[in-house]
Design a protein around this ligand. Sequence first.
Ligand code: NAD
Length: 251
Amino acid sequence: MEDLKSKIKEAASIIQKANYVCAFTGAGISVESGIPTFRGDDGIWDKYDPLMLEIQYFLEHPEKSWKVIKEIFFETLGEAKPNRAHEVLAEMEKRGLLKEIITQNIDNLHQDAGNKIVHEFHGNARYLICTKTGERLAAAYADLNALPPIHPATGGLLKPDFIFFGEGIPADAFQASLEVAKKADVLLIIGTTGEVMPASQIPSIAKDNGAKIIEINTEPSNYTAGLSDVFLQGKASEMMDQIGDMLDSGS
Ligand code: NAD
């Protein structure tokens, strides 16, 4: 316990002294907002078939995919609010202690907490794309009582604006994330296994460019042994709350 406390202190001190702190977040940061991870115990894949989120399957069976999408991303994710970990990141940005966030999440909770610079590696479930015209619209616009939802003006099938299996990463988010990885002198990794390519490469690019790596996770990840300089094993909200307090007191 004492050991964890001193590691949290060390992490806060590294952040306080750095010039360009950035965060790289995964599904684990949103678990305490009530959104399950995909993998792991009680993960989304325990209940649903990942095939439903393959792009080819979606285009061929949009009604079946949409039934699952509605349950996971509108009913589960729709009500979620930022937790303490999101809030501390937003407070850090306001105080100039955090510059940019790269997130693999699609839940919009960093923006809800108040962060302004968020690079969404896998898109955002709050928006839809018209597969006919490419127009982007707010998800609230879709009529989910009749699946699959169709754009009333174009007749095009609407698809959530997040990355399905078999789709590429949005070029602008990818490019911006690579730049962040090169600029950061500290990368704060929160709640990610490091298994989802190509996002998982971001921390090693940051490390190769001289960044110190601080990691928060309830379990060791692919980064813990070889990459992380400070590993804080615990829940994202608890670890970030304590880091936030130490930054406040300047210790
Ligand atoms: P992931 O790589 O994002 O891993 C989740 C990690 O969170 C695990 O390492 C786990 O140990 C850790 N974790 C669990 N609870 C935690 C807590 N309370 N505090 C800190 N860490 C905690 O893997 P995934 O879940 O397979 O997700 C893969 C991809 O799926 C994501 O990158 C994302 O694109 C998408 N996804 C998004 C959301 C979301 O938007 N909230 C949720 C699930 C999946």
